[in-house]
Ligand binder design. Sequence first.
Ligand code: PMP
Length: 438
Amino acid sequence: MKPRLRSSELYEEAQQHIVGGVNSPSRSFKAVGGGAPVFMERGQGAYLWDVDGNKYIDYLAAFGPIITGHAHPKVTEAIVRAARDGTLYGTATEHEIRLAKVLKEAIPSMDKVRFVNSGTEAVMTTIRVARAFTGRNKIIKFAGCYHGHADLVLVAAGSGPSTLGIPDSAGIPPSIASEVITVPFNELDGLRIALERWGDEVAAVMVEPIVGNFGMVMPKPGFLEGLCKMARDAGALVIYDEVISAFRFHYGSSQTFSAFSDQDAIRPDLTALGKIIGGGLPIGAYGGRADLMAMIAPLGPAYQAGTMAGNPASVLAGLACLEVLREPGAYERMEAMAVRLADGLQSSADRHGVPLTINRIVGAFSTHFCGHPVTNYEEAQGSDGERFARFFRLMLERGIYLAPSKYEAWFLTIAHTDADIDETLVATQESFREMAGD
Ligand code: PMP
């Protein structure tokens, strides 16, 4: 590994022009000890190359979207086609209908779809639809679930099983935060208490049905069923934020995932999408029951618009990406590699006495440096961030690129190979050996 001198230089320069030197705080290395983040120059398949000429095996996958690997030929071809034909018309196109149909087929709870430009926008608008439809203002969310950076969802729990929100960010009026109730994930008591107290004011219960934002966390058996029933009984809608989870674990959404037996019992009213469905270009989408979606302009009184929404490049890239994912064996291959990697990680951590909890779901997993299970945010917070930071640095020096946060997942792509897994496992063993010697 060559010293990352050019990355350091660029970081100095970037800080003079771009706030914090990065265009999204999750790209900074603040949570892993600070200093210059790596400036990347090129991605191909499962690999990234930095500006100093170092090569990395990439498990970040751009925080999820790059499930085909970087610059997949079919996705690239789609983008080139879009560029040749003009990138934006500000009119309707046939491509949008194709992607909407593909999404509807895979996610049966969506009667109608609308494209936007990010997961944040998708979530934000599902909340608007829910409020417009129910005439209620409050939202219930689950601690640790991330739903983008809109005011309403950037709110964390106070103490206690169920609390009105406290803004998680400056610039969010307390009046907005007070419309959000945060309850713990994976237990129904907090939700029950919140609904008993505020039920007739709640427009929607919003959840990441399979969590990707405090590690990968499966809902416990009965959790989603209970959540949906309790929300319905209170006259509130259910919104699934599937920005990470849709098309990540199988060709479809959580609602159609084989881990859940009763699809009807966990059927959401509205779903927010993003990431994978744009094949690496900016996109978001939301959809749901036709009567709810009819609230949106030009049909209904709730307004949502977008100059870039449904742009041909994002839509064609998304279509190409989803086509690649439909190829037989795509998810099975990612799962097989993730199993080998996660098992190898666990055994080398065990061998060196490093407490490690791995939550794996198909081709994605999270690594929490702790000796207890991680089923909710509190347990995830209890993992050792400094240990993770040390591990992250040791892996980086061995050419393995992980997300720079203990809460983010490792994502396999269809471009990873068995040789990549072998190389990663060697790096893992060396890293744990060093950590054990600390
Ligand atoms: N919801 C979830 C579950 C997410 O993980 C994210 C992004 N990590 C978002 C919403 C926001 O998406 P975007 O960054 O595209 O605005």
